[in-house]
Design a protein around this ligand. Structure first.
Ligand code: SF4
Length: 265
Protein backbone atom coordinates (compact mmCIF):
# COMPACT_ATOMS: atom_id res chain seq x y z
CA UNK A 1 0.00 0.00 0.00
CA UNK A 2 1.39 3.42 -0.94
CA UNK A 3 -0.30 6.46 0.38
CA UNK A 4 0.62 10.01 1.24
CA UNK A 5 -1.49 9.84 4.35
CA UNK A 6 -0.16 8.56 7.62
CA UNK A 7 -1.24 4.98 8.22
CA UNK A 8 -2.23 3.72 11.63
CA UNK A 9 -1.31 0.14 12.44
CA UNK A 10 -1.89 -1.93 15.55
CA UNK A 11 0.24 -5.07 15.78
CA UNK A 12 -1.42 -7.99 17.52
CA UNK A 13 0.42 -10.87 19.08
CA UNK A 14 -2.55 -12.92 20.14
CA UNK A 15 -1.55 -11.94 23.66
CA UNK A 16 -3.61 -10.09 26.23
CA UNK A 17 -2.09 -6.59 26.10
CA UNK A 18 -2.16 -5.98 22.34
CA UNK A 19 -5.63 -7.54 22.18
CA UNK A 20 -6.87 -5.27 24.94
CA UNK A 21 -5.31 -2.34 23.10
CA UNK A 22 -7.27 -3.26 19.96
CA UNK A 23 -10.46 -3.31 22.02
CA UNK A 24 -9.51 -0.05 23.73
CA UNK A 25 -8.73 1.73 20.46
CA UNK A 26 -11.78 0.49 18.58
CA UNK A 27 -13.50 3.43 16.89
CA UNK A 28 -10.89 5.94 18.10
CA UNK A 29 -8.67 6.00 14.99
CA UNK A 30 -10.30 5.99 11.53
CA UNK A 31 -8.71 3.51 9.14
CA UNK A 32 -6.83 1.58 11.81
CA UNK A 33 -5.14 -1.50 10.34
CA UNK A 34 -4.66 -4.62 12.45
CA UNK A 35 -1.82 -7.00 11.72
CA UNK A 36 -0.49 -10.23 13.14
CA UNK A 37 3.07 -11.34 12.34
CA UNK A 38 2.68 -15.09 12.02
CA UNK A 39 5.87 -17.10 12.53
CA UNK A 40 4.09 -20.29 11.48
CA UNK A 41 5.04 -21.71 14.89
CA UNK A 42 2.19 -20.29 16.92
CA UNK A 43 -0.20 -22.18 19.13
CA UNK A 44 -3.66 -23.14 17.86
CA UNK A 45 -5.11 -21.17 20.80
CA UNK A 46 -3.56 -18.00 19.38
CA UNK A 47 -5.35 -18.40 16.05
CA UNK A 48 -8.61 -19.17 17.86
CA UNK A 49 -8.28 -16.03 19.95
CA UNK A 50 -7.46 -13.89 16.91
CA UNK A 51 -10.62 -15.17 15.24
CA UNK A 52 -12.64 -14.09 18.30
CA UNK A 53 -10.97 -10.72 18.24
CA UNK A 54 -11.69 -10.29 14.54
CA UNK A 55 -15.35 -11.00 15.22
CA UNK A 56 -15.37 -8.43 18.03
CA UNK A 57 -13.60 -5.77 15.95
CA UNK A 58 -15.68 -6.52 12.85
CA UNK A 59 -12.49 -6.19 10.89
CA UNK A 60 -9.92 -8.47 9.34
CA UNK A 61 -6.56 -8.91 11.04
CA UNK A 62 -3.97 -9.04 8.26
CA UNK A 63 -1.59 -12.00 8.64
CA UNK A 64 2.01 -11.13 7.82
CA UNK A 65 4.38 -13.99 7.07
CA UNK A 66 7.96 -14.35 6.14
CA UNK A 67 7.57 -16.69 3.14
CA UNK A 68 10.68 -18.65 3.99
CA UNK A 69 9.76 -19.48 7.56
CA UNK A 70 11.62 -20.43 10.73
CA UNK A 71 13.32 -23.56 9.40
CA UNK A 72 14.85 -21.65 6.49
CA UNK A 73 16.33 -19.07 8.85
CA UNK A 74 17.58 -21.76 11.20
CA UNK A 75 19.63 -23.17 8.31
CA UNK A 76 20.93 -19.70 7.46
CA UNK A 77 22.00 -19.25 11.09
CA UNK A 78 23.87 -22.58 10.89
CA UNK A 79 21.49 -24.40 13.20
CA UNK A 80 21.92 -21.96 16.08
CA UNK A 81 18.66 -21.84 17.95
CA UNK A 82 17.57 -18.28 18.67
CA UNK A 83 18.09 -17.09 22.21
CA UNK A 84 17.72 -13.84 24.15
CA UNK A 85 21.23 -12.90 22.98
CA UNK A 86 20.83 -13.91 19.33
CA UNK A 87 17.24 -13.16 18.58
CA UNK A 88 17.23 -13.60 14.87
CA UNK A 89 13.71 -15.07 15.01
CA UNK A 90 12.08 -11.80 16.02
CA UNK A 91 14.05 -9.85 13.46
CA UNK A 92 13.41 -12.20 10.53
CA UNK A 93 9.92 -13.45 11.31
CA UNK A 94 8.29 -10.47 12.96
CA UNK A 95 10.06 -7.17 12.49
CA UNK A 96 11.02 -7.60 8.85
CA UNK A 97 7.58 -8.73 7.62
CA UNK A 98 6.10 -5.78 9.51
CA UNK A 99 8.56 -3.33 7.95
CA UNK A 100 7.92 -4.81 4.50
CA UNK A 101 4.19 -4.35 4.97
CA UNK A 102 4.72 -0.74 6.01
CA UNK A 103 7.17 0.03 3.19
CA UNK A 104 8.16 3.67 3.09
CA UNK A 105 4.78 4.95 4.26
CA UNK A 106 4.59 7.17 7.30
CA UNK A 107 3.10 4.99 9.99
CA UNK A 108 1.95 5.31 13.56
CA UNK A 109 2.46 1.94 15.21
CA UNK A 110 0.31 1.34 18.31
CA UNK A 111 2.09 -0.72 20.95
CA UNK A 112 0.40 -2.37 23.94
CA UNK A 113 3.02 -1.68 26.60
CA UNK A 114 1.18 -0.90 29.81
CA UNK A 115 1.57 1.98 32.22
CA UNK A 116 2.83 -0.40 34.92
CA UNK A 117 5.63 -1.77 32.73
CA UNK A 118 9.09 -0.29 32.77
CA UNK A 119 10.43 -1.18 29.34
CA UNK A 120 10.81 0.08 25.82
CA UNK A 121 10.45 -3.25 24.08
CA UNK A 122 11.80 -4.60 20.85
CA UNK A 123 10.23 -2.48 18.14
CA UNK A 124 11.09 -1.20 14.68
CA UNK A 125 13.49 1.70 14.57
CA UNK A 126 12.76 2.70 10.96
CA UNK A 127 12.39 6.50 10.85
CA UNK A 128 9.03 6.35 9.06
CA UNK A 129 7.53 4.22 11.87
CA UNK A 130 6.57 6.16 14.98
CA UNK A 131 5.50 4.19 18.00
CA UNK A 132 2.62 5.24 20.23
CA UNK A 133 1.84 3.76 23.61
CA UNK A 134 -1.81 4.54 24.41
CA UNK A 135 -1.88 2.44 27.60
CA UNK A 136 1.08 4.34 28.93
CA UNK A 137 -0.44 7.67 27.90
CA UNK A 138 -3.71 6.80 29.63
CA UNK A 139 -2.39 5.00 32.70
CA UNK A 140 -3.80 1.59 31.75
CA UNK A 141 -2.26 -1.14 33.91
CA UNK A 142 -2.44 -4.93 34.23
CA UNK A 143 -5.80 -5.06 36.06
CA UNK A 144 -7.32 -2.66 33.51
CA UNK A 145 -6.24 -4.91 30.65
CA UNK A 146 -7.98 -7.89 32.26
CA UNK A 147 -11.11 -5.78 32.81
CA UNK A 148 -11.12 -4.51 29.20
CA UNK A 149 -10.95 -8.05 27.84
CA UNK A 150 -13.53 -9.27 30.30
CA UNK A 151 -16.00 -6.52 29.48
CA UNK A 152 -15.53 -7.19 25.75
CA UNK A 153 -16.53 -10.81 26.39
CA UNK A 154 -13.18 -12.03 25.12
CA UNK A 155 -11.46 -13.05 28.34
CA UNK A 156 -7.96 -14.39 28.00
CA UNK A 157 -6.58 -16.76 25.37
CA UNK A 158 -6.72 -20.36 26.63
CA UNK A 159 -2.96 -20.78 26.74
CA UNK A 160 -2.75 -18.33 29.63
CA UNK A 161 -3.80 -21.23 31.86
CA UNK A 162 -0.33 -22.67 31.49
CA UNK A 163 1.77 -20.02 29.82
CA UNK A 164 2.36 -16.37 30.58
CA UNK A 165 2.66 -14.90 27.09
CA UNK A 166 1.93 -15.45 23.43
CA UNK A 167 4.49 -16.43 20.82
CA UNK A 168 6.03 -19.48 19.22
CA UNK A 169 5.34 -22.81 20.93
CA UNK A 170 9.09 -23.28 21.37
CA UNK A 171 9.86 -19.74 22.52
CA UNK A 172 13.08 -19.73 24.54
CA UNK A 173 11.61 -17.13 26.88
CA UNK A 174 9.43 -19.84 28.42
CA UNK A 175 10.05 -20.80 31.97
CA UNK A 176 10.52 -24.46 32.85
CA UNK A 177 6.97 -24.59 34.21
CA UNK A 178 5.69 -23.37 30.87
CA UNK A 179 7.57 -26.11 29.05
CA UNK A 180 5.83 -28.54 31.38
CA UNK A 181 2.56 -26.88 30.36
CA UNK A 182 3.40 -27.36 26.70
CA UNK A 183 4.16 -31.02 27.34
CA UNK A 184 0.79 -31.46 29.02
CA UNK A 185 -1.37 -29.45 26.62
CA UNK A 186 0.48 -30.01 23.35
CA UNK A 187 2.65 -33.13 23.63
CA UNK A 188 3.00 -33.19 19.83
CA UNK A 189 4.47 -29.67 19.81
CA UNK A 190 6.76 -30.58 22.70
CA UNK A 191 8.09 -33.41 20.53
CA UNK A 192 8.50 -31.01 17.62
CA UNK A 193 10.43 -28.58 19.83
CA UNK A 194 12.64 -31.46 21.01
CA UNK A 195 13.63 -32.26 17.43
CA UNK A 196 15.29 -28.85 17.12
CA UNK A 197 17.66 -29.56 20.01
CA UNK A 198 21.03 -31.03 19.18
CA UNK A 199 24.38 -31.97 20.64
CA UNK A 200 27.36 -31.12 18.44
CA UNK A 201 29.19 -34.49 18.11
CA UNK A 202 32.57 -32.75 17.74
CA UNK A 203 32.44 -30.12 20.46
CA UNK A 204 29.81 -31.66 22.71
CA UNK A 205 28.07 -28.29 22.72
CA UNK A 206 24.36 -28.54 23.43
CA UNK A 207 21.79 -26.54 21.53
CA UNK A 208 18.79 -26.42 23.82
CA UNK A 209 15.78 -24.12 24.11
CA UNK A 210 15.85 -23.87 27.87
CA UNK A 211 19.02 -22.80 29.59
CA UNK A 212 21.24 -25.64 30.78
CA UNK A 213 18.69 -28.38 30.26
CA UNK A 214 17.30 -30.26 27.28
CA UNK A 215 13.59 -30.89 26.76
CA UNK A 216 14.37 -34.58 27.13
CA UNK A 217 15.69 -33.83 30.64
CA UNK A 218 12.75 -31.60 31.56
CA UNK A 219 10.32 -34.39 30.61
CA UNK A 220 11.86 -36.90 33.05
CA UNK A 221 9.16 -37.83 35.61
CA UNK A 222 11.19 -36.80 38.68
CA UNK A 223 12.12 -33.48 37.03
CA UNK A 224 8.48 -32.81 36.13
CA UNK A 225 7.47 -33.28 39.76
CA UNK A 226 10.26 -30.95 40.87
CA UNK A 227 9.36 -28.19 38.38
CA UNK A 228 5.66 -28.44 39.19
CA UNK A 229 6.21 -28.19 42.91
CA UNK A 230 8.58 -25.25 42.54
CA UNK A 231 6.39 -23.27 40.17
CA UNK A 232 3.22 -23.59 42.21
CA UNK A 233 1.44 -22.23 39.17
CA UNK A 234 0.46 -25.24 37.16
CA UNK A 235 -1.46 -27.41 39.53
CA UNK A 236 -4.94 -28.59 38.59
CA UNK A 237 -6.49 -26.18 41.05
CA UNK A 238 -4.80 -23.14 39.57
CA UNK A 239 -5.65 -24.18 36.05
CA UNK A 240 -9.26 -24.54 37.02
CA UNK A 241 -9.53 -21.31 38.91
CA UNK A 242 -7.37 -18.74 37.26
CA UNK A 243 -4.98 -18.06 34.46
CA UNK A 244 -1.26 -18.54 34.79
CA UNK A 245 -0.87 -14.92 33.88
CA UNK A 246 -2.37 -14.12 37.28
CA UNK A 247 -0.13 -16.59 39.07
CA UNK A 248 3.03 -15.45 37.29
CA UNK A 249 1.85 -11.97 36.43
CA UNK A 250 4.70 -10.11 38.06
CA UNK A 251 7.32 -12.44 36.62
CA UNK A 252 5.82 -11.85 33.21
CA UNK A 253 6.63 -8.22 33.68
CA UNK A 254 10.10 -8.88 34.97
CA UNK A 255 11.41 -10.33 31.78
CA UNK A 256 8.84 -8.76 29.54
CA UNK A 257 11.46 -6.42 28.17
CA UNK A 258 12.89 -9.41 26.38
CA UNK A 259 9.68 -10.45 24.73
CA UNK A 260 8.71 -9.63 21.16
CA UNK A 261 7.07 -6.29 21.76
CA UNK A 262 5.96 -6.07 18.18
CA UNK A 263 4.14 -9.33 18.60
CA UNK A 264 4.00 -10.66 22.12
CA UNK A 265 2.46 -8.05 24.34
S1 SF4 B 1 7.94 -15.71 20.23
FE1 SF4 B 1 10.01 -16.27 20.95
S2 SF4 B 1 10.76 -17.78 19.44
FE2 SF4 B 1 9.00 -16.71 18.51
S3 SF4 B 1 9.87 -15.02 17.35
FE3 SF4 B 1 9.40 -14.22 19.39
S4 SF4 B 1 11.28 -14.46 20.63
FE4 SF4 B 1 11.46 -15.76 18.77
Amino acid sequence: MNTNETRHILSLSGGKDSSALAVYMRGKVPGMEYVFCDTGKELAETYEYLAKLEAFLGQRIVRLNDDRGFDHWLRIYAGYLPSSRTRWCTRQLKLKPFEKYVGEDEVVSYVGIRADEDREGYISTKPNIKARFPFREDGIAHADVLRILDEAGLGLPDYYKWRSRSGCYFCFFQRKAEWVGLLKHHPDLYEEAKKYEKIDPETGERYTWAQGESLEDIARPERLVQIRSRSGGLGKKQEASRALVDVLGSEDDDDGDQACTICSV
